[in-house]
Design a protein around this ligand. Structure first.
Ligand code: PDD
Length: 278
């Protein structure tokens, strides 16, 4: 397997950046995770637009223009002969002396490709998953996809310890923002409910895709915060991410959702999404 590091392909095991890289020392970096299905990048334009927005939000120079980045991403996918995979892109502010205020002038760009059985997620889609709520301890700009993921990592670990596939991040008022690495949804009376776009959630590519599909399928969408109590009482629940496109949530903190299986609206959206990806 090959990785891309600042313009070069290197065997993954040998790929490295400076120990003084600000991504490593300060999490001063942003990233994207894109699905590769049948060798093709899925929803590239949305990922590229989000990356551009995140870089400019942090004042990190784009290491490559969007078109050149796509060329390099495709080359790496081809070099790895990847068919079903995840493309990881990370851009850091660069390397330099460890000084909080230092601004190196050359960003670091790293890309890796990992085989990933996206179709294998269909089994998960059929059975559904459990989630556990965890207090949301992240910073105030969760809309920026930074590699500062410690609260997410700890939340996922505690959800896993409780037998959950995902953590739902909840504030003191009991509102569910999103998952540790997924967006969160409930269904009530045939309508979808998901947290509105704000600094509290990542604007997910799959989230946007589900809203578009819902419109096509004439399923109503309410972009509003929902509480954990509403989730317990919901008809259905599901989560979305590049790595988990429309997976039914059948248990929240031990409360069974609906009849304990992914519900009809979730299944309909899941099938429509898989038809687009595959
Ligand atoms: N995570 N919310 C958070 C906090 C995320 O980290 C992600 C994605 C999402 C879903 O976004 P998208 O639909 O664009 O994948 C929502 C990626 C997959 C990750 O960190 O691995």
């Amino acid at each position: 397997r090959l990785a891309y590091v600042d313009g070069r392909h290197v065997p993954l095991a040998d790929a490295s950046v400076s120990v003084e890289d600000r991504g490593f020392q300060f999490a001063d970096a942003v990233y994207e995770v894109c699905a590769v299905a049948n060798g093709r990048l899925f929803d590239w334009d949305l990922h590229a637009a989000r990356l551009t927005r995140n870089l400019s939000a942090l004042g990190i120079a784009a290491p490559l223009g969007t078109a050149a980045l796509l060329v390099q991403a495709r080359r790496l996918i081809a070099a790895n002969r990847a068919r079903e995979a995840l493309l990881y892109i990370q851009v850091t502010r660069g390397a330099g002396r460890r000084d909080h205020g230092f601004r190196p002038d050359r960003p670091t760009l790293v890309m890796t490709v990992r085989p990933f059985d996206l179709a294998g997620r269909v089994g998960m889609q059929a059975k559904g998953v459990a989630v556990a709520s965890v207090n949301d301890q992240r910073w105030g700009r969760c809309d920026i996809k930074t590699v500062g993921l410690l609260p997410n990592v700890l939340a996922k670990a505690s959800a896993k310890a409780a037998g959950g596939f995902e953590a739902w991040l909840v504030d003191d008022a009991g509102t569910v923002a999103e998952g540790a690495s997924t967006n969160a949804w409930i269904v009530r009376g045939g309508r979808l409910i998901t947290h509105p776009l704000s600094a509290r959630i990542l604007p997910g590519v799959m989230r946007a895709g589900v809203i578009r599909l819902a419109r096509d399928l004439q399923i109503g969408v309410d972009e509003r915060p929902f509480t954990l109590a509403e989730a317990f009482a919901a008809d259905e629940a599901f989560l979305t991410a590049t790595t988990a496109p429309v997976i039914g949530v059948v248990r929240v903190d031990g409360h069974t959702i609906g009849d304990g299986n992914p519900g009809p609206v979730t299944r309909k959206l899941g099938e429509a999404m898989w038809a687009e990806i595959a």
